[in-house]
Write a protein that binds this ligand. Structure first.
Ligand code: GLU
Length: 433
């Protein structure tokens, strides 16, 4: 193989490249079904803006490292670009593009006044100190400059970023504004800590939404969640919170996989015990005493009723879809199932609640935070959760009904609804000039 062919092969296998194929395949299939006008299809098939920044940061040892950060703005027909920033070695331009597109469909489906964007930095955060991560985040924010803004493009947490990351972004962005404008820019990011403009409940919003999706499914089947076994890939913010809420309803966590290993206990893994264990163990689930270690490849084949991928994209594919024992897959992650994987699962009658619906609780929570900041209000948890509940159920109802009416899988139904809303905005407004 020549070096070039090797590079092309590598690129094809990069998760970003695969995610791009995945999101475009999903989009094309729905666009064809609703007979989307070719002009609008052309617009939605590409991204509006792609910002790539290289910036230097001084490390703790005095050396300077150059980092590469991305922000892709896919579409803003319905409102400002919205979507998270992730810190991960797999972040590249293709990954940011695909994830930005997913945000456009997600915000549209949720009926929010937002478009879609996504970005991040290609790095492994475990290799840097807290102080270094702060300088990296602040310098990245400074490099993005006016490419983000509270009415223009509003980042949020994603893989390996959290409320602390958002607090640094907000502080840096606000510090670079003229003094009289500083506090009016608080809503440049969402997912901030409560106490610094954050929303009570934003931390659990995504996991709660995934939980509600699962509960909605069980209610439709006239079943309860009592005693149902579930497995979770990823025990970060989403994985933990969805497990927490499911356990409260009597469901039982029986296996978990994270970046470091996989564990199983068919008698049940106590969610809070696992959380406490990971906190004392650099975030890893490995060697959790009340479960046995299993091979990475065995994880999707674990006996259970519900499978929740809540980590990265392209995890359930043609390589492992045949192993899946679950009846329901609730996509907490973005793009966890690829096209081939999905076809195999559907053939076997496995239901998939798609990412753009299932994990939309996060961006709905972000919208509430943005409104709170914009209106100078402070909302409390007991008002936030019912509001989130209502919005999630509206979306779930719409998608399940459309899917039944049109006789199609939930993902395609969700896409049809999302794309139609954007199409309507273009038809009403026309194309400048
Ligand atoms: N990163 C989350 C997502 O993928 C949240 C985005 C947001 O709140 O803007 O949906």
């Amino acid at each position: 193989m020549t070096t070039l062919t090797k590079q092309i092969e590598k690129k094809k296998k990069s998760s970003g490249g695969n995610m791009m194929d995945n999101v475009l395949e999903q989009f094309n299939s729905a666009a064809e079904y609703i007979d989307l006008h070719p002009n609008i299809k052309r617009i939605l098939s590409i991204t509006n803006n792609e910002i790539v920044v290289h910036f230097p940061v001084k490390l703790d040892n005095g050396e300077v490292e150059i980092f590469t950060g991305y922000r892709v703005q896919h579409n803003n027909a319905l409102g400002p670009y919205k979507g998270g920033l992730r810190y991960h070695p797999t972040v590249d331009i293709d990954a940011a593009r695909a994830l930005a597109m997913w945000m456009t469909w997600k915000t549209s489906l949720a009926g929010l006044p937002y478009g879609g964007g996504k970005g991040g930095i290609q790095l492994d955060p475990s290799k840097y100190s807290e102080a270094e991560l702060e300088r990296i985040t602040r310098r990245f924010t400074f490099a993005l400059a006016d490419n983000i803004g509270p009415e223009h493009d509003i980042p949020a947490p994603d893989v390996n970023t959290n409320s602390q990351t958002m607090a640094w972004i907000a502080d840096t962005y606000m510090s670079t504004r003229p003094p009289a404008e500083r506090t009016a820019n608080h809503h440049v990011v969402t997912g901030k800590p409560d106490g610094s403009g954050g929303l009570e409940g934003r931390d659990r919003a995504t996991g709660y939404g995934v939980f509600l999706s699962i509960k909605f499914w069980s209610e439709r089947n006239n079943e309860t969640l009592e005693g149902k076994k579930f497995i979770v890939q990823g025990f970060g913010n989403v994985g933990y919170w969805v497990s927490h809420f499911l356990e409260q309803e009597g469901a039982m966590l029986v296996a978990v996989q994270d970046a470091f290993g996989s564990i199983e206990n068919q008698k049940g893994i106590k969610v809070e015990d696992l959380l406490n264990y990971t906190k004392a163990n650099d975030g890893s689930i490995v060697d959790f005493p009340e479960a046995k270690a299993i091979n990475k490849e065995e994880f999707f084949g674990v006996e259970c009723e519900i499978l929740i991928p809540a980590a990265l994209g392209n995890q359930i594919t043609e390589r492992n879809a045949h192993q899946v024992k679950a009846k329901l897959i609730a996509e907490g992650a973005n793009g966890p199932t690829n096209g081939e994987g999905e076809r195999l699962l559907l053939e076997r009658g496995i239901l998939i609640i798609p990412d753009i619906l299932c994990n939309s609780g996060g961006v709905i929570g972000s919208y509430f935070e943005w409104l709170q900041n914009r209106n100078g209000e402070l909302w409390h948890l007991d008002e936030v959760m019912p509001k989130l509940d209502k919005k999630m159920r509206e979306s779930l109802n719409k998608v399940f009904e459309y899917s039944e009416k049109e006789g199609m899988e939930l993902r395609k139904a969700a896409y049809c609804i999302a794309i139609k809303r954007i199409e309507k905005a273009y038809v009403q407004r026309g194309i400048f000039p």
